[in-house]
Design a protein around this ligand. Structure first.
Ligand code: SF4
Ligand code: SF4
Ligand code: FES
Length: 255
C-alpha cells in the first residue's frame, strides 16, 4: 500500500527555525528515515539529517518523532495511521547545528571526564582473564550504541541547561557503573572509589530514578534498574559503612 503522509519537519539553524509541512509518499515497510530521505530527494534537497547504518546500530539518526526521542531508522511508519501528522524535530537537549542535526559534543566532553579503566598491576595486556559470571551484570551496558537518546530525555538536563556542567547523564553514569562492576578494574588501588566519584563529581544525586532514560533506550538496556540504582546503593553503602567511616577518620587524624 502507498499513501501520502503529512510530515512536519523542523527547519532552521542555531539562529532559529520553524516547522514546515510536507506531503510525502510512504510505501509498505518503510521507516521514518526513508521518508526523510525521500523528502530530501524530491522536495527539500538542503534538508540536513545525520544517519549512517540504517540498522539501529550506529546511533546517528536520533531525533524526536511526535515529541518522543527515537532512532528514525527504527521507527516504522506502520505505527502511525495514514491520517496522522508525523512531526520530526531535532533532539531538544543539544544545540541545533541545522535542521535535524544537533551538536552532541556535550556527550563527548562527559565521556572524557569519566576516569578510564585502571589496569590491574602485574597482569600484562592480553593476559586479562575474567569469568563469565563476573561480567554477567555489566555486559548489558556494552550494548550501548551512543545514540544519546537517554541523555536527550533526562529531565535533569533537558529542562535545565544550568545542570549540564555538574551532571554526566545516564549514559555516562552507566559507564561508571560498568567500570565499578568490572572484575579487573584497579581504581581502588589508585585511590579512586567510582561510586563515590559518581556522586561527588558526576551528579548521580540529581537522578531521581524516573526511568525515562530506560524507556527510550533502543538497545533496551535497563539503565536505571541495573546501573544507576546499584551505583546509588554502593555510594550510600560506602558513606554510611561504619568501617569506611572509621578508616576515613583515622586517615584524617594521621594527615
Ligand atoms: S532515571 Fe535518572 S538519569 Fe534516567 S531519566 Fe530519570 S533522572 Fe535522568
Ligand atoms: S544507553 Fe541506550 S539510549 Fe543511552 S546512549 Fe546508549 S543506547 Fe542510546
Ligand atoms: S542510521 Fe544508524 S542507528 Fe539509525
Amino acid at each position: 500500500m502507498s499513501y501520502e503522509a503529512h510530515f512536519r519537519v523542523w527547519r532552521g539553524d542555531a539562529e532559529g527555525g520553524e516547522l514546515r509541512d510536507y506531503q510525502v509518499e510512504v510505501n509498505d515497510g518503510e521507516v521514518v528515515l526513508d521518508i526523510i530521505h525521500r523528502l530530501q530527494a524530491t522536495q527539500a534537497g538542503d534538508l540536513a539529517v545525520r544517519w549512517n547504518c540504517k540498522a539501529g546500530k550506529c546511533g546517528s539518526c536520533s531525533a524526536e518523532v511526535n515529541g518522543r526521542p527515537r532512532l528514525m531508522c527504527m521507527t516504522r511508519m506502520s505505527v502511525f495511521t495514514p491520517e496522522e501528522t508525523v512531526t520530526v524535530t531535532p533532539m531538544r537537549t543539544f544545540p541545533v547545528v541545522r535542521d535535524l542535526v544537533t551538536d552532541v559534543s556535550f556527550n563527548y566532553d562527559k565521556a572524557r571526564q569519566v576516569p578510564a579503566f585502571v589496569p590491574p598491576k602485574g597482569v600484562a595486556a592480553g593476559e586479562y582473564r575474567m569469568r563469565q559470571v563476573d561480567v554477567e551484570r555489566s555486559q548489558e551496558f556494552r550494548k550501548c550504541i551512543e545514540c544519546f537518546l537517554c541523555q536527550d530525555t533526562c529531565h535533569v538536563v533537558r529542562d535545565h541547561e544550568e545542570n549540564k556542567t555538574s551532571f554526566a547523564g545516564p549514559r555516562f553514569l552507566m559507564r561508571i557503573a560498568e567500570l565499578d562492576m568490572h572484575p579487573l578494574d584497579a581504581a581502588a588501588e589508585v585511590g579512586l572509589t567510582r561510586s563515590s566519584s559518581a556522586q561527588e563529581d558526576h551528579g548521580l544525586g540529581y537522578c531521581n530514578i524516573t526511568k525515562c532514560c530506560t524507556e527510550v533506550c533502543p538497545e533496551h538496556i535497563k539503565i536505571t534498574d541495573n546501573a544507576l540504582i546499584p551505583l546509588k546503593e554502593r555510594a550510600v553503602d560506602r558513606k554510611y559503612d561504619p568501617l569506611v567511616w572509621l578508616g576515613n577518620k583515622i586517615r584524617r587524624r594521621d594527615a
